[in-house]
Design a protein around this ligand. Structure first.
Ligand SMILES: [Zn+2]
Ligand SMILES: [Zn+2]
Length: 105
């Protein structure tokens, strides 16, 4: 690991997820996208699973990681305390029943 190769840009932003102050980034933020601290970045990366081709096999996935959130269903307004993903804040989230209804529609 040669750290000397990585150029860091001095910035003055807050993590879009946890609000941690970020003083430098390996890239220049464009301003129209949220940036995340190292920890949140890693968490987001880990939560994203590489999906192969299309096609949907049904069935249930056993090891589904749930995130503790404090959100409201954009459809029925129900309180949501857990989601299989971390909401980014710029997309509406739906409760389990609304999700099922939307998927079935
Ligand atoms: Zn963060
Ligand atoms: Zn709902």
């Amino acid at each position: 690991m040669d750290q000397g190769n990585r150029q860091m840009f001095p910035v003055d932003v807050n993590c879009g997820e946890c609000g941690t102050h970020i003083s430098e980034l390996p890239f220049q933020p464009s301003g129209d996208r949220p940036v995340y601290c190292t920890e949140c970045l890693r968490a987001r990366r880990n939560s994203r699973r590489p999906m192969g081709g299309g096609g949907g096999g049904g069935g249930m996935r056993r090891e589904r990681k749930m995130y503790d959130v404090d959100a409201q269903c954009a459809e029925c307004g129900a309180q949501i305390t857990q989601l299989p993903f971390m909401p980014t804040g710029d997309r509406p989230v739906y409760c389990a029943s609304c999700n099922a209804a939307r998927r079935a529609a």
